[in-house]
Write a protein that binds this ligand. Structure first.
Ligand SMILES: [Zn+2]
Length: 85
């Protein structure tokens, strides 16, 4: 995993636990060397865990917006979808 684009393309699978341990290691390698992606990962992990607990309506709008803007500008990828509605 050498680019942020690849990282983003695979991050949702990683968060869903759908990756092999080899693939997980690639994700973790990228996290270790790319602070912006590490930050995004932390934000997404929090978002996902909040959504899974069924309290996503409590997440502040500005936080959701900030995440979306970050993903759009940093990753140029629309593959990561937030679980809204
Ligand atoms: Zn990155």
């Amino acid at each position: 995993m050498k680019t942020c684009k690849e990282f983003c393309d695979n991050l949702s699978d990683y968060l869903d636990g759908e990756m092999s341990s080899d693939e997980c290691r690639l994700i973790e390698d990228h996290l270790a060397m790319c602070p912006p992606c590490a930050l995004m990962y932390e934000c997404l992990k929090t978002t996902v865990s909040i959504c899974e607990k069924g309290v996503s309506e409590d997440m502040p709008e500005d936080v959701k917006e900030r995440l979306k803007v970050f993903l759009r500008t940093h990753c140029k990828s629309d593959r990561l979808k937030f679980r809204e509605e």
